[in-house]
Design a protein around this ligand. Structure first.
Ligand SMILES: NC(=O)c1ccc[n+]([C@@H]2O[C@H](COP(=O)([O-])OP(=O)(O)OC[C@H]3O[C@@H](n4cnc5c(N)ncnc54)[C@H](OP(=O)(O)O)[C@@H]3O)[C@@H](O)[C@H]2O)c1
Length: 330
């Protein structure tokens, strides 16, 4: 075990901090149940906000950034995990209140970890990461509400991004007819390859909609928020539901009560960060079983931690396609 490890450290105070790669001594790691040799992390929108300081994400300093990690247990104080086990964590305060995954080492509370499910490599687990986990939570929320595959299309917004790409692939694999909304014409073939049948120009959803529009969607997974979410709600058919998980296009939703009281449309909130352990275990087990590996591979690229600042700028600019695995050893 090296006596030092490399990590992306944020130092300073809320709204006034710098991030830089640092070599830290092993004993700098905070206390925790399980010592993990991290293999990889991933790039999420929230990581972009934290690394660039453009969002109020980090709650404690100094902080190791990175809301996801996957790696191998080196040492454990709890019987649930033993040296050699493959583990992953997404959210659970990593990179916000607890040192996160942009690091070659992490010491993590056992409650934050889940075993990497059989059939997934550490790299595949991070190709899924928070974004893919959130897409599965969205699918599970829709199913729980009774939305089943049928003739009407399910709309995924922000489809070229991480949550959106996994949502398209998962919904299609489950038998839903998927419409994908994107602002990038160059991604149309990519989205069709993931299983989208229809492509919707995101500009058509980005304007404030009328209170109700023609009933078009069975439901949706929305990673954009703002007027886009209002547009999806206004065109969702009676008894449909929309899982709202993102804000890439804004936080204020100019909607009315009409979709709710005249069409029984349901708005389902999704928060991946505090998902309780039984839900996390179920979601990861389903991701391992249901997400087609060829599609996961097609949507994933691997980048070195040394490029994290550039990658963070690119995800906030909406320039990342699909998912990025971050190799913490490169
Ligand atoms: N609730 C949760 O627990 C949870 C978990 C994960 C992520 N999220 C949120 O979900 C969102 C997506 O996360 P991500 O990691 O998938 O990010 P991402 O990879 O950057 O995807 C976001 C996508 O949204 C679209 N977009 C970007 N800016 C937009 C704008 N101004 N107007 C309309 N569309 C825009 C782009 O898709 P196109 O280019 O295809 O149009 C972009 O690729 C973020 O807001 C993130 O904070 C929430």
């Amino acid at each position: 075990m090296p006596s030092t490890f490399r990590a992306l450290l944020a130092e300073g105070a809320r709204r006034a901090y710098n991030t830089a790669l640092k070599d830290l001594p092993e004993d700098a790691l905070p206390g925790g149940d399980v010592l993990v040799e991290v293999a990889c992390s991933s790039l999420n929108y929230k990581d972009g906000l934290a690394v660039t300081g453009r969002g109020d994400i980090i709650r404690r300093f100094p902080m190791v950034c990175g809301i996801d990690l996957a790696g191998t247990v080196i040492d454990s104080r709890v019987p649930d995990f033993k040296p050699g086990d493959g583990v992953l964590a997404v959210g659970q305060g990593l990179g916000e209140t607890e040192w996160g995954g942009y690091s070659q080492r992490a010491r993590v509370a056992a409650s934050a970890l889940v075993p990497v499910p059989p059939g997934l490599s550490l790299q595949q687990a991070m190709a899924i990461g928070t974004a893919g986990f959130t897409a599965m939570l969205s699918l599970m929320a829709l199913e729980h509400h009774g939305i089943r595959p049928g003739e009407r299309e399910m709309l995924v917004t922000g489809a070229g991004g991480g949550v959106g790409s996994v949502a398209v692939a998962l919904l299609a694999a489950r038998g839903y007819t998927v419409a994908a909304s994107t602002g990038r014409p160059e991604l149309h073939d990519y989205l069709r390859g993931l299983g989208a049948v229809t492509i919707v120009d995101r500009a058509t959803l980005a304007q404030k909609p009328p209170p109700l529009a023609s009933e078009r969607w069975a439901g949706g997974v929305d990673s954009v928020g703002g007027p886009t979410l209002a547009s999806v709600l206004a065109a969702t058919a009676a008894h449909g539901a929309v899982a709202a998980c993102g804000l890439a296009g804004g936080v204020e939703v100019p909607t009315t009560v009409m979709p709710f009281i005249l069409r029984n449309v349901a708005l389902l909130g999704v928060n991946s960060v505090q998902a309780p352990k039984p839900l996390r275990l179920e979601a990861w087990s389903r991701l391992a079983r249901e997400l087609p590996r060829d599609k996961l591979e097609r949507m994933t690229s691997v980048e070195p931690l040394s490029k994290i600042k550039e990658l963070s700028d690119r995800i906030l600019a909406g320039q990342i396609r699909g998912r990025v695995v971050v190799d913490v050893n490169a």
